[in-house]
Design a protein around this ligand. Sequence first.
Ligand code: FAD
Length: 421
Amino acid sequence: MALGREGLHVVVLEARDRIGGRILTIHRQGWPVPLELGAEFLHGDAEATRSVAAPASLATVELQDRHAWVHGGRWTERSGFWDEFQALCRQIRPTRRDRSFAAFVAARRSRGRREELGRLIVEGYHAAPADDMSARSLAEAAAGDTGSNRQRRLPWGYDAIPHLLRTALDPERVEVRLSTAVTRVSHRSGEVRVDCVSALGNALPSVAARAALVTLPLGVLQAPAGAPGAVRFDPPLENKQAALAGLGVARAHKVVLRFREAFWEEPSFVKARTGRDEPAVFDFLHAPGTAFPTWWTSAPLGASVLTGWVGGPGAARLDGRSPRAMLAEALDALADVLCCPRRHVERLLDGWAWHDWQSDPFARGAYSYPRVGGAGASDALARPIGGTLHFAGEATGADEAGTVSGAIASGRRAARAIMGS
Ligand SMILES: Cc1cc2nc3c(=O)[nH]c(=O)nc-3n(C[C@H](O)[C@H](O)[C@H](O)COP(=O)(O)OP(=O)(O)OC[C@H]3O[C@@H](n4cnc5c(N)ncnc54)[C@H](O)[C@@H]3O)c2cc1C
């Protein structure tokens, strides 16, 4: 949360004790490679993120974006992965009332590979329950799609982005307070007071300002009073209730596994699964129906790392698992995906990492998705209240919601509005 204050400019209040996520590095042929527990890819053009990276000459590397479908011990390449999804979404005809993606699929005559892919992307990439995800919003996104399905990585780690943003702040005008959790925001026209506590729960000095920019995650904004991490608004945000109800909190579990060697790249291993002689190094492997239906490699970085991902209802099923139980689920699923005995996978496992975003009080989920009837909710959430309370963050990021780039762009939009008010 950032606050504009006469004289003293801006105070940034952040509940965590650091800027950027945790990054573990491994060394393969001497190069450190980040293990990303949160954001990892630049999806599409991601202009706002690249506009932070480019002036610092921070490299981004593009994925080939090769996807394979896993079935019956075979890996079959699936070309046009994103195009096929966009084509499906363009078939969503406008209905008087919005409906869920699941309802759209159920009403179709065909229930084939394309529909299966659609569900995988809605429940995986969007990490939303298919029976709650707005079909209208998917149709609108597909209609406005610029055709850029590029996926890129930041080889030095995603946390370079918040670090660059942080170092660009003028220390004379901006104060960043870490380990400072906001508990209450009292507001009236032209006046805001923010109460906060330390990591140990002790009261810290309140901050007064003429305007505040609220960048709390959707899960925190929706948290009931008294829940860990919840923030009380005084008066309550009555005119935001419809917008908040129109957005759902996506759930996801991401497990990062580090192996002694990248055995899945060996030509004989690949050939046994693809039937092809040429080494086919896939970026993504998909096995709908397993506990972690999507896996990706670190390509093109070449680290011996595999990442398992489950979103939506599949993630909800795993909520509350202990770290060891989560690892066990991941190894079972990976053995299925790689079509090899679990003991083989386990024997070569060298380390692993996972962060529970759902029970993290300052996240309370992964990111947002538009629920049925919630196609305009992101814009409604973004609207300031009386020039005093402004809103930014991925959930207000409209066509880039759910991404880092959307969050950065929304922050710039809100900062311009505050400076102009
Ligand atoms: C597992 C996972 C993988 C992802 N992968 C990608 C990806 O590959 N590419 C991509 O573009 N996006 C990805 N995302 C989404 C991306 O991380 C978010 O869209 C982006 O971080 C949102 O930025 P934000 O500023 O809106 O919210 P956040 O990054 O959540 O920032 C909100 C801040 O508010 C702080 N906060 C919360 N409560 C309080 C409080 N009470 N007081 C003070 N501070 C508080 C939090 O500590 C946090 O730092 C992923 C997300 C997850 C969880």
